[in-house]
Design a protein around this ligand. Structure first.
Ligand SMILES: O=C(O)CCC(=O)C(=O)O
Ligand SMILES: [Fe+2]
Length: 299
């Protein structure tokens, strides 16, 4: 497939239409998905954080002219706005949630897939940064391709600054989600994501992509990304080592669950009162005082 840029849809596109384009091309740009107050709020909250952190120490992947910050639910309330955006969430659910039937004895029952947050990251690509190696994000779980059965990740990259071909707009190879694991991704097959601040790129874990080269003299490309992943995969960013219990308790319930304070698909349970329980049961208990500090009722 030769495509000079990814397809673009309006924010009132239906989830079905968005999923159709993503499954055809590997990704899509949704124009104007987030308003000025969200974008300005993200800048206000995260500019000071990114001013403080070092450039990446790893020249190749993190980029030594690139600044990154994670754990974003605790750093900006707008992270929840993005994670709970109805279009993004519904697209992610449609792509990821493919239950399979399993036998419990002779009874065949659907086993839900579930999805959780894989990682959150603010990324500022600075002047002089070279292109990140093109990669598939699902390679962290050794995913094989083509993915006949299921996708592992649905990722969003929100443009906090404008994204251009010159300032490092995310490179994507349209159609590469359909490739096998033998074909190497080439930079000349990738197209830069150009979009205005407030627009967003949504793509899947099997699509080759990478941060673009910033050839400008003085522009930072500011993007905020997160992935919804299959709930039974280990999250890239460890939520239990990232957020304090007080922070978790301050988040909306959907975010608590999406940060693995739930035991979907039978994984992630915790013992409460001798039972394999949903971690949400702990959050509501006053006698649960710190993550990993010991379960109520257990010496
Ligand atoms: O910064 C970007 O545009 C993409 C970053 C990325 O793909 C990554 O860090 O995995
Ligand atoms: Fe990536």
């Amino acid at each position: 497939m030769t495509q000079s840029q990814l397809a673009r849809l309006a924010p009132d596109a239906t989830p079905e239409a968005v999923v159709e384009v993503i499954m055809r091309d590997g990704g899509v740009v949704i124009e104007g998905l987030f308003g000025d107050s969200t974008i300005e709020g993200i800048k206000k909250d995260l500019d000071p954080v990114l001013d403080e952190v070092d450039n990446g120490h790893d020249e190749v992947f993190a980029g030594n002219r690139t600044k990154r910050a994670s754990g974003l639910f605790a750093r900006t309330e707008h992270m929840a706005t993005i994670a709970l955006n109805p279009l993004y969430r519904s697209v992610a659910e449609r792509i990821l949630n493919k239950p399979i039937n399993i036998f419990f004895g002779e009874e065949s029952v659907p086993n839900p897939t579930g999805m959780h947050v894989g990682a959150t990251m603010a990324i500022k690509i600075g002047p002089g940064q070279g292109a990140q190696p093109l990669h598939r994000d699902d390679s962290v779980w050794l995913w094989r391709h083509p993915t006949y059965q299921r996708e592992a990740r649905v990722q969003i990259m929100v443009a906090v600054s404008d994204f251009t071909a010159g300032n490092g707009g995310t490179l994507v190879i349209p159609g590469s989600h359909l490739w096998d694991d033998e074909r190497p991704p080439r930079l000349d097959e990738a197209v830069p994501t150009e979009m205005k601040a407030g627009s967003a790129l949504i793509w899947i874990g099997s699509t080759y992509h990478g941060g673009g080269r910033n050839t400008t003299a003085d522009q930072y490309r500011f993007g905020l990304s997160m992935g919804y992943d299959l709930a039974f995969l280990r999250p890239e960013e460890n939520p239990f080592l990232t957020y304090t219990l007080d922070q978790i308790r301050s988040f909306p319930e959907e975010i608590q669950r999406a940060l693995d304070w739930s035991s979907e698909h039978y994984v992630g349970w915790v013992e409460v009162d001798g039972q394999m329980s949903d971690p949400m049961d702990l959050l509501g208990r006053d006698d649960y005082t710190a993550i990993g500090a010991g379960l109520p009722g257990r010496a």
